[in-house]
Write a protein that binds this ligand. Structure first.
Ligand SMILES: NC(=O)c1ccc[n+]([C@@H]2O[C@H](COP(=O)([O-])OP(=O)(O)OC[C@H]3O[C@@H](n4cnc5c(N)ncnc54)[C@H](OP(=O)(O)O)[C@@H]3O)[C@@H](O)[C@H]2O)c1
Length: 253
């Protein structure tokens, strides 16, 4: 693979595992997240295998994103694959009880952050008539659950935005893929429960969740496919997860 790959959320989970998977000769990786220490560690691990640029970027902060694109414009012009993995869920409270700041943070990260990154990279892809945008959504974008309210809605946005991009880009050699993973063991639940690792671990108790490396393998495969086909969307669950019957309120008498 002789490509330039920009990964958001590269300091942890799917983004970090993706960076390790794509680390091979000929590849240039641009890895962004807020945790520069974690990015530095990652860079140390993979820099013997490929070219690596790391940058501290907060996708919720338009100035931070602008500064990044100004500083690295030359490299951004060459991005073949943009993997939008930066994202988070905050809390699991019902809509009437939730912290509004959590909702706003999820919208700022999962919706506006992904929009910003995409909008900045896309014109260069169009100019070169080549590229691939891979957006990480969630099964929560298709299948609602109690407490998933705004998190799920942000991922529905990512799903529909990905389809919209495909529609806009018809006639161009630019691929767009939406991946919706199910239960996966990353730092996701620790973030969701604000550092409560006991509660986070309970999510995965006696299960075999998707691992970051599993999604990394899928990312690599999708980015390696012949250019005449496009994986529009892919829903991935661990075998220990499936849909359930819809609940019914039986207190109506
Ligand atoms: N794990 C799951 O069960 C699961 C299932 C379906 C979908 N997903 C989705 O998969 C994606 C990756 O999550 P993950 O499971 O890999 O979780 P993770 O281990 O917590 O990784 C999330 C990544 O997003 C980055 N990020 C968060 N806010 C950011 C910001 N404002 N600016 C820049 N980077 C930011 C984090 O980096 P910093 O904190 O260093 O900024 C981190 O690198 C997310 O979009 C998530 O919604 C996860």
């Amino acid at each position: 693979m002789n490509k330039t790959i920009l990964i958001t959320g590269a300091s942890s989970g799917f983004g970090e595992a993706g960076a390790k998977r794509f680390a091979e000769p000929g590849v240039t990786q641009i890895l962004v997240a807020r945790s520069i220490d974690k990015l530095t560690e990652l860079e140390k691990r993979i820099k013997s295998k490929c070219k690596v640029i790391i940058a501290q970027v907060d996708v919720t902060d338009s100035e931070s994103v602008k500064g990044f694109f100004e500083e690295y414009q030359k490299q951004i012009e060459k991005v073949d694959v943009l993997i939008n993995s930066a994202g988070l869920a905050l809390g699991l409270a019902l809509a009437n009880e939730t912290d509004i700041d959590d909702w706003e943070n999820m919208v700022d990260t999962n919706v506006k952050g992904l929009m910003r990154m995409t909008r900045n990279v896309l014109p260069y892809m169009v100019k070169r008539n080549s590229g691939h945008i891979i957006n990480i959504g969630s099964i929560a974008g298709s299948w609602p659950y109690p407490g998933g309210n705004v998190y799920g809605a942000t991922k529905s946005f990512v799903q529909q935005f990905s389809r919209g991009l495909r529609a806009d880009l018809l006639g161009k050699n630019i691929h767009v893929t939406y991946i919706e993973p199910g239960m996966s063991k990353t730092n996701f639940s620790v973030v969701r429960f604000k550092g409560d690792s006991k509660r986070a671990n309970e999510v995965y108790e006696k299960t075999r969740p998707i691992l970051p490396e599993d999604i990394a393998e899928i990312l690599y495969w999708i980015a390696s496919l012949p250019s005449h086909i496009n994986i529009n969307s892919m829903e991935v669950m661990p075998i220990c997860q499936a849909w359930g019957a819809l609940p019914v309120d039986r207190n109506m008498d």
